[in-house]
Design a protein around this ligand. Structure first.
Ligand SMILES: NC(=O)c1ccc[n+]([C@@H]2O[C@H](COP(=O)([O-])OP(=O)(O)OC[C@H]3O[C@@H](n4cnc5c(N)ncnc54)[C@H](OP(=O)(O)O)[C@@H]3O)[C@@H](O)[C@H]2O)c1
Length: 477
């Protein structure tokens, strides 16, 4: 029998008995003493308050949140200072088979009723997508609930609205799980680095694309083959668009940039390129330069404002992000005083993501008991988001060229005409296989793109075999 099972009427407590914002002292009287599967001494439990949780969604993440709430009830109660009671679970299909540990009497298909029920203190949204998640969270905050969500899409698209509602209603809004799954990243940005100035956030925030690129690098597979393998291993969805086209990473980049630079950034502000155009020629070029190709989320602060972008890029194999393999995530944060910090771990998966959700639940529960709320995501800096063309990048270009004197000079002229200086150039192979490999210095992305367009029309260039941006301090030479 679960903790919830033994709770007399836990899911059916009459609304009138509860005030959702009741201070801890008022809650004490309804804290049942003997229910936890707790490792905490029973004596510590007797006077503990109860906070009631509505779980919206019981899929990959939600089912693990329910399990952890059940299995760790005792420890969570001690750490939080209140007993955390799962009081209801909203799903789309209540009759659908669930994990054995799920108390089916808690299931409902009426998420709105559950999210606004007067006896609920904390609403945990793990449905995903914009609607009904948006309406549910807005209604929950209006009704005085603290909110925890893992919903990157909603925060990246409607962040201003949901943050505004949290402020208006004095509600907590926590979303650690929305970016990089289990990795504690948003709280360090929002709290630990609140006294510093973040200059740059650079990371691998999508495990599916990292797995695919890793396979392309290690096995020589093409994109389609690597994607099919990722799908068969369960690392990619049947419809992989959100991952491979960079939408998922762009949503996360928007959230990271907003927190890092105290500026409202939406997914639409993010320059996005996916990995579907990454070819085996690109991978070969990267290998030849002792680089790897990664889909990077890059958020930078510059004099002109902030730039936020997601695109594949070459990074040197010596760069710490180069060794992030499989479906793992890693994020570099560079701050003026702290210097470089790296966060690494499981970026997805039901249980790792549930860990981040549980951390948020404990945080909002503590705030609730203390009658306070956590720090807001501030947007006071209101920096402009720069267009991609204005962003400083470096390019690697591989050209199939005619093998004759003067080719390098014509190619170098094309770079010079757009004000782009060349960091390194070398010719590989001879005759019909002749290739010219150029790595530029930093220049405006628009100038680099215009240079590549001109190269495509040069008579001495038979084909532009590979074009890719280069990141990582040392870079290839
Ligand atoms: N999975 C991960 O590794 C991961 C990692 C980081 C963040 N996240 C985020 O976590 C959230 C949940 O992801 P997930 O993978 O757990 O999704 P999921 O497995 O698809 O589960 C979604 C759940 O929401 C329920 N649901 C759907 N529509 C509903 C509605 N209208 N009313 C009530 N319930 C509804 C579904 O009910 P049924 O069970 O009846 O279908 C299901 O239980 C998303 O925002 C996602 O981006 C996920």
């Amino acid at each position: 029998m679960t903790a919830q099972d033994t709770s007399p009427g836990a899911s059916r407590a009459p609304a009138s008995e509860e005030t959702s914002r009741a201070p801890a002292s008022e809650e004490t009287s309804r804290a049942p003493a003997s229910e936890d599967t707790s490792r905490a001494p029973a004596s510590e439990e007797t006077s503990r308050a109860t906070l009631r949780i509505a779980l919206l969604g019981c899929g990959s993440v939600g089912s693990q949140v329910a399990r952890l709430l059940r299995e760790q009830a005792g420890d969570l109660a001690v750490r939080t200072g209140a007993r955390l009671e799962l009081a209801g679970i909203a799903v789309r299909r209540p009759a659908y088979p669930r994990d054995a540990g799920i108390d089916r009497t808690l299931l409902t298909s009426d998420a709105m009723e559950l999210a606004t029920r007067p006896d609920i203190d904390i609403v945990v949204e793990v449905i995903g997508g914009i609607e009904p998640a948006r309406s549910l969270l807005l209604a929950a905050m209006k009704a005085g609930k603290s909110v925890v969500t893992a919903n990157k899409a909603l925060l990246a698209e409607n962040g201003a609205e949901v943050h505004g509602a949290a402020r208006e209603h004095g509600a907590d809004l926590y979303y650690e799980a929305a970016v990089a799954g289990a990795i504690p990243l948003l709280r360090p940005l929002r709290e630990s680095l609140a006294g510093d100035a973040v200059r740059r956030v650079l990371g691998i925030v999508n495990g599916t694309t990292n797995y695919i690129l890793d396979r392309m690098d290690s096995s020589g597979a093409g994109f389609t083959e690597a994607l099919e393998e990722a799908q068969s291993m369960g690392y990619a969805e049947a419809d992989p668009t959100a991952d491979v086209e960079g939408f998922d990473a762009a949503a996360k980049a928007a959230i990271l940039a907003g927190l890092a630079f105290h500026t409202a950034v939406t997914a639409a502000d993010v320059h996005r390129e996916g990995i579907t155009d990454v070819t085996t020629a690109d991978m070969a070029s990267a290998r030849a330069l002792d680089c790897v190709v990664k889909l990077l989320a890059i958020c930078e602060r510059s004099d002109g404002g902030v730039s936020v972008r997601v695109h594949p890029a070459m990074i040197p194999r010596s760069h710490p992000l180069a060794s992030v393999g499989g479906a793992y995530n890693a994020v570099f944060v560079e701050a003026e005083s702290a210097g470089r910090l790296m966060f690494y771990g499981a970026g997805a998966g039901g249980t790792p993501t549930a860990s981040a959700v549980l951390g948020d639940i404990v945080a909002v529960a503590r705030n609730r008991l203390a009658g306070t709320r956590g720090p807001d995501a501030s947007t006071y800096a209101a920096l402009p988001v720069m267009p991609m063309g204005e962003t400083l990048t470096r390019y690697h270009v591989s050209l199939d060229v005619a093998d004759r004197p003067g080719v390098l000079a014509q190619v170098a002229d094309a770079f010079a005409r757009h004000g782009v200086s060349i960091r390194a150039a070398r010719q590989e192979a001879r005759g019909a296989d002749a290739q010219l490999i150029i790595v530029s210095h930093q220049a405006r992305d628009a100038a680099l793109a215009a240079t590549v367009s001109e190269l495509e029309s040069l008579g001495v260039v038979r084909a532009v075999a590979s074009v890719m941006r280069v990141e990582g301090e040392e870079g290839p030479s």
